[in-house]
Write a protein that binds this ligand. Structure first.
Ligand code: CMP
Length: 452
């Protein structure tokens, strides 16, 4: 039997181990601090944990280990990796030390409370916590900033719980005639006020041990408090790095515009442009990010990111995947402001455009005649490239337009490689040419030429 870490059954098993690991980290210190007796229910739980952790060791010997990008599947090699510190900690965490106290209590006339500390051996399983949590991080793709915040809050909560338990153990809370819940609430209250450096002074150390423990907690508290204050803003900011980057950029732009005494009206337009960029999700330079990724993954990612565009272009919906993969890698996003020129009649054409959002008017040079209004999913600027002639019309935006640009040389290569796409583009060109010059009749099979 050999399992892989991502096998659903193995993942379910890891989840069960995770739950029990968290359980022991919370319950055992609490149980020892409050010294409650070992009833049959606790015995059953402890036996279940022993069996569970034993089986976990067995499974670890039979689970492939990820090294770099490869999986180590040879059982001897797996064993070699597992043996050592990890295996020792797992065995110690599995050992039924909880039996020692009850055994000594039955044979000796006096109980030895310190023996109960042996039950803490289960906490050694916490060395796997990071690995166990890692599986869930990968599964749910939690944002690294959010994750750091969650980890930090959970760690603080767990450490506070342990400090509260130790405080009860060393007699920091008077336990006589008090319920367990009340004792614990007093201890955790003392912990939080001390760690947070508030220290109301209503619960104070009464002896040597308590005093030194308090000093230690105060030092830990002051240190972690400084750490919290110092890091919380960066943690919160890093929860959404993209948005934080966008905000920073806006601040820089605004400071620059003020420094250069740009009039408020122009500043408002710049602000509007950045708002549009953010809303249309073109804010981040995709190409810089994509360049860092290896080729096959890059084209899959680009295909995914430009899915919206592909859905809008009727021809692309049923186009072959290779064409789409090639195309998405070559497209460059660009934003045009309202009432701006994308193309001017008579200029030389060096690229074509695919409209992703917004509307453009195709107009005559004097802008009096409107030949067409094109919306998202339409091509524009293909005629000059196909017919190898100057731009046949002026193209002007009506509103903010997000377009993708395809350079002429890339466009030519794509047409040669994908004849279906070439035919489609030629058909559009022919229709548009006919619409512009209705007197011309073009036979379907004629090669297109400007003079025809
Ligand atoms: P091009 O000639 O490169 O530049 C102007 C563009 O306007 C042209 O390519 C076509 O994409 C587009 N165009 C020209 N005429 C029409 C039309 N009648 N309908 C739609 N689009 C057109």
């Amino acid at each position: 039997m050999l399992l892989y870490p991502y096998n659903p059954k193995r993942e379910l098993w890891d989840f069960i181990v995770l739950i029990f690991t968290i359980y022991v980290a919370i319950e055992i210190p609490y149980r020892i601090a409050l010294g409650y007796s070992f009833d049959s229910w606790l015995y059953i739980v402890e036996i279940i944990i022993t069996l569970l952790f034993t089986f976990d060791i067995f499974l670890n010997f039979n689970t492939a280990v990820k090294k770099g990008i490869k999986y180590i599947t040879d059982k001897k090699d797996i064993a070699k990796i597992y043996q050592g510190r990890r295996l020792i900690l797992d065995i110690l965490a599995t050992a039924p030390f909880f039996l020692a106290y009850s055994f000594v209590s039955t044979v000796a006339t006096q109980t030895i409370p310190a023996l109960r500390l042996l039950e803490l051996n289960r906490l050694l399983k916490l060395h796997r916590l990071n690995h166990l949590l890692d599986i869930w991080r990968k599964k749910f793709q939690i944002n690294p900033g959010t994750l750091r915040l969650i980890n930090f809050v959970l760690l603080l909560a767990l450490v506070s719980h342990w400090i509260a338990c130790v405080w009860i153990m060393i007699g920091g809370v008077k336990t006589e005639s008090k319920e367990f819940s009340e004792i614990y609430s007093l201890a955790i209250y003392w912990t939080v006020t001390t760690v947070a450096t508030v220290g109301y002074g209503d619960i104070t150390p009464q002896n040597f041990t308590q005093r030194y423990f308090t000093i230690m907690v105060m030092i830990v508290g002051a240190g972690s408090y400084g750490f919290v204050i110092g890091n919380i803003s960066s943690l919160l900011a890093s929860v959404d790095v993209v948005k934080a980057g966008y905000r920073k950029k806006l601040e820089e732009v605004s400071a620059f515009l003020n420094y250069r005494s740009i009039p408020p009206e122009m500043q408002r337009r710049v602000q509007e442009y950045y708002d549009h960029i953010w809303e249309s999700r073109l804010g981040n330079d995709e190409s810089t990010m994509l360049n860092e990724i290896p080729e096959p993954l890059k084209s899959d990612l680009a295909l995914y990111m430009r899915q919206d565009l592909i859905k809008k272009v009727p021809f692309f919906v049923n186009a072959q995947e290779n064409l789409l993969k090639d195309l998405v890698m070559l497209l460059q996003p660009m934003v045009y402001l309202p009432n701006s020129y994308v193309i001017k009649k008579g200029e030389a054409g060096s690229c074509m455009y695919i409209i992703s959002s917004g509307q453009v008017d195709v107009v005559s040079e004097d802008e009096v005649t409107v030949y067409a209004t094109l919306r998202e999913g339409s091509f524009v600027g293909e005629m000059a490239l196909v017919l190898d002639m100057p731009r046949t019309a002026t193209v002007k935006t009506r509103e903010y337009c997000d377009v993708y640009i395809l350079e002429k040389n890339e466009f030519d290569k794509i047409l040669i490689k994908y004849p279906d796409f070439a035919k489609h583009i030629q058909r559009i060109t022919k229709e548009r040419l006919e619409a512009m010059h209705p007197v011309l009749t073009i036979k379907q099979d004629d090669p297109i030429s400007p003079e025809s």
